[in-house]
Design a protein around this ligand. Structure first.
Ligand code: UT7
Length: 383
């Protein structure tokens, strides 16, 4: 029998691990604190009115069904957005890119599948000592990537990591499908994780996959089965069963929240800010209701960006910090949901510092096209 001796004392020990700097049996527990954060939103805005110029849709339908008013369309590669986000996060942490030991990118819209996205970022950052890999769980990829980095830091494999989540989903969108293309946008954000003996960062996680329903969200055209078939790579058609995904998103996120809170011995009243996946305002409202979180504790930015897939929780976390919603020692709950159908929730204890240590003037190059012109290029296959 382990040190706990019984099931009940084992539960008590789990709770202790989140509240004390060392484990009850004396060994030190390493955590991975978030010490830097940065976002990169492409400047080109595509409004609901822009969409109505080439689709049978309107602002009233989109805002009332989803809460989305506008989204961003990128004029640069995913690597460029990842580079700017990472440099901003590293400046905020006061960490030299050359000292980065691990790079994990969460995305499903890679610039290339081989070589991987993270190795391209490693070159751009000059992070020669770093290991670099990608994680793809669609919209939950930031949280899964963060779990992956956490699992390497905690036993001492590396001392720090840059975790990036970004999507250039506009390039893979079926811009003829009004049931899907009005929902999504491009964006990116990054965090820096650093090993600490303080009880900070990820306290607990619930990760899962509702694969019975994986057929409800498929992007046909992204993947090897479409290569060498005569079909132009990247020309997509989406299977997207909105109402079914909606139902499972609510159940998946609220269930994961309840599980991670119970496992760590917390109640929803202990949580200061809930930062959920931003797919649809109605989904977030339903999750808040099921979890028992008051509306003013939910962080929402879906109206500005739509669903940026992997980037949504990462960008929302950065904006929650920038807007002063994250205070020293805040307890954060971050539920996610995506194709697969993957679901998860992270419980995070913030540290003392909520301001960046530094800034950088690294930025995207200017765009010579509007968002609508970029999308019109995709519609006419001109890129
Ligand atoms: O990130 C993870 C994956 N994504 C999600 O979590 C999304 C989950 N699902 C949803 O957010 C919602 O189901 C949607 C926003 C996608 C759709 O909302 P809904 O209330 O479930 O609408 P619906 O699919 O039942 O469609 C209702 C009607 C249909 O017309 P009829 O058949 O009732 O005449 C659609 O053809 O709305 C029509 N419609 C539109 N009308 C105007 C669908 N898209 C549009 C549009 N503009 N853009």
């Amino acid at each position: 029998m382990g040190p706990a001796g019984s099931f009940h004392s084992a539960r008590r020990l789990v709770k202790c691990r989140t509240k004390f700097r060392t484990s009850p049996w004396g060994t030190s527990v390493t955590h991975a604190a978030i010490t830097g954060w940065g976002k990169c939103l492409p400047p080109n805005v595509l409004t609901n009115a822009d969409l109505a110029t080439f689709l049978d849709t309107n602002d009233e339908w989109i805002t009332s069904r989803t809460g989305i008013s506008e989204r961003r369309i990128s004029h640069v590669s995913l690597e460029e957005m990842a580079y700017v986000s990472s440099m901003r996060a590293l400046a905020a942490a006061g960490l030299d890119p050359a000292d980065v030991e691990l790079i994990v990118i969460g995305t499903c819209s890679f610039d290339d599948q081989v070589p991987n996205q993270a190795s391209g970022l490693q070159v751009r950052l000059g992070a020669k000592r770093a290991a670099a890999y990608d994680v793809n769980t669609a919209c939950t990829s930031f949280l899964y990537a963060r779990s992956a980095a956490n699992a390497v830091i905690r036993p001492g494999g590396v001392k720090n990591a840059v975790v990036v989540a970004g999507e250039l989903i506009s390039a893979f969108m079926d811009w003829h499908n009004r049931g899907v293309c009005v929902l999504f946008g491009d964006g990116c954000a990054a965090v820096v994780l650093e090993a600490t003996d303080k009880v900070e960062g990820l306290l607990g996680e619930k990760l899962g996959c509702d694969s019975d329903a994986r057929g409800t969200l498929i992007v046909k055209g992204m993947g090897g089965r479409y290569c060498n078939t005569g079909r132009p790579y990247g020309e997509t058609s989406w299977i997207f069963e909105g109402p079914e995904i909606f139902k499972r998103a609510v159940l998946g996120m609220s269930g994961a929240c309840a599980d991670v809170l119970a496992a760590q011995g917390y109640k929803v009243d202990d949580v200061d800010v809930v930062i959920p996946h931003q797919a649809n305002l109605r989904i977030m409202d339903a999750v808040a209701k099921r979890v028992g979180a008051p509306a003013d504790r939910m962080f929402v930015n879906v109206h500005k960006y739509g669903n940026m897939s992997a980037a949504t929780v990462a960008v929302a976390l950065v904006e929650a910090i920038e807007e002063g919603r994250v205070k020293p020692n805040s307890l954060l709950l971050l539920p996610g949901f995506g194709a697969g159908l993957t679901f998860c929730a992270h419980l995070v204890r913030w540290g003392e510092r909520t301001t960046p240590l530094g800034t950088t003037d690294v930025d995207l190059p200017p765009s010579d096209r509007t968002a609508l012109e970029i999308v019109q290029g995709y519609l006419t296959k001109a890129g």
